[in-house]
Design a protein around this ligand. Structure first.
Ligand code: FES
Ligand code: FE2
Length: 451
């Protein structure tokens, strides 16, 4: 099946089109490509699981997914974070069926085996009577997620025991995460539980829409302009820098037309500014002071946005992290976290949460604008013309914005390749390149191997 999905000729065609700033439309809707992505990308990349503030004390747990792998994340009695496949080692049902909670032990709902917070099997119903003395409990502990990494409270897992460390994978994204997650004393905290819902969409499209496509904002979210929330200037989401980082990661650092923010420090209370100065280096502090919106992503399927909402006198900022869990080529489960500076005043946090619910929550206006578009993209990518692999109908997407035209800005103070505009497809093209690199890594192809 995998051989059929990507033979040498098809790979060469995709590469050729990508080098021209294009992407074949069929890769969005092809079930075999989806299967290959699960194995080659989701089986080997770092995926976001939870924020440490969701696991406050010993015994706190949350249940999550890494694509099709159910994951149980717990804080053990020593305070360490552990993650296991949420599948009982006896006959495989979900060990834990709740979304979150606190437990000393986990007991399986099927035959009652129980495990401690370190995943050790500690109890078997009618143990010696039915299994005999020789049943070795220590061979039947929960299966750990091969790798766990934490950066500034963000817990990631990796199914590949040979994966590079999380900090290497994040690379220069850490510098920007330091601004978003490390500017305040005590860092960020998750408020409420992550909301989740299923959308008709391809995960590549949603990741790209968030991380790399500020160009859509002035049309898709036109209603915000008409309501007077967003500026009338059609270039308004394009001011600032699009920064392309390694491993398909990137961020848009969006300012106003003047290169400054209309609202310094994203409208956060002035009392917090000295704290930002203390926690950030001068370059990071300067960027934070000027930026209106940070929006970006960590490949493959973690996106984030840190916007400003509200009206003068009632401005607020928050950090929305989201995971696009692929459920098929045309379906994602959206996981959506609201995060805010732990050190912010309580009323401010409350107001910001309401702002989030009304914009990027599942019923939020901005969210609904995007959801309809994503569904229509996959709907329009399933037919004979769109799925033709020979591309005889010219069924390719256009990623030509800024192609060969925009030079990096050497004076941008942050790491990465920073282009002096956010209306640009450089980050999308970089995501596609890494996607194809991962997809074809060690792929055994008829007539030879591709590395
Ligand atoms: S499946 Fe869990 S105890 Fe049998
Ligand atoms: Fe959008």
């Amino acid at each position: 099946m995998i051989k059929n999905a990507l033979d040498e000729k098809t790979i060469q065609t995709i590469k050729q089109k990508m080098s021209e700033g294009l992407l074949p439309q069929w890769v969005l809707s092809d079930p075999q490509i989806h299967e290959l992505e699960l194995q080659k990308i989701f089986g080997h990349t770092w995926q976001f699981l939870a924020h440490e503030s969701e696991l406050k004390e010993s015994g706190s747990y949350v249940t999550r997914w890494m694509a099709d792998d159910p994951v149980l994340v717990v804080r053990n009695s020593k305070g360490e974070i552990k993650a296991f496949l949420n599948s009982c080692t006896h006959r495989g049902t979900h060990l834990c069926t709740a979304d979150f909670g606190n437990k000393k032990t986990f007991t399986c709902p099927y035959h009652g085996w129980s495990y401690n917070l370190d995943g050790d099997l500690i109890g078997i119903v009618a143990g010696n009577k039915v299994y005999g003395q020789e049943m070795k409990k220590d061979e039947w502990g929960l299966r750990p997620i091969p790798k766990i990494g934490i950066y500034r409270g963000m817990i990631f897992g990796n199914l590949d025991p040979h994966a590079i460390p999380l900090t290497d994978y994040l690379g220069d994204m850490k510098w920007y995460f330091d601004i978003l997650l490390g500017r305040s004393d005590g860092g960020m905290e998750v408020r409420g539980v992550p909301q989740r819902w299923v959308a008709q969409a391809n995960w590549k499209m949603t990741s790209e829409n968030f991380a790399a496509d500020p160009y859509h904002v002035q049309t898709t979210h036109r209603s915000t302009v008409e309501m007077g929330i967003s500026p009338k200037d059609p270039l308004y989401a394009g001011y600032g820098h699009q920064v392309v980082l390694g491993h398909g990661h990137g961020i848009n650092v969006i300012t106003s037309a003047t290169g400054q923010s209309a609202h310094p420090f994203q409208g956060m209370p002035e009392s917090m500014w000295p704290m930002f100065k203390r926690n950030l280096n001068p370059e990071q502090f300067e960027i934070l002071s000027k930026t209106t919106v940070f929006v970006g992503g960590v490949f493959p399927n973690l996106s984030f946005v840190s916007p400003v909402h509200g009206t003068e006198g009632h401005l607020h900022n928050y950090l929305n992290f989201r995971v696009w869990r692929p459920l098929g080529p045309d379906k994602v489960e959206v996981w959506c976290w609201f995060m805010i500076d732990k050190a912010a005043p309580e009323e401010y946090k409350e107001e910001a949460y309401k702002g989030y619910i009304g914009s990027f929550g599942p019923s939020g206006t901005l969210e609904q604008d995007d959801t309809e578009i994503w569904a229509r993209v996959v709907q329009a990518s399933k037919g004979i013309m769109a799925r033709d692999k020979t591309l005889s109908y010219n069924n390719v997407f256009n990623y030509l914005m800024g192609f060969d035209r925009v030079e990096p800005d050497e004076n941008f103070p942050g790491p990465g390749v920073a282009y002096p505009t956010c209306y640009l497809d450089a980050l999308s093209r970089s995501m596609h390149e890494y996607w194809l690199e991962m997809l074809t890594r060690d792929l055994h192809i008829e007539g030879g191997e591709n590395h």
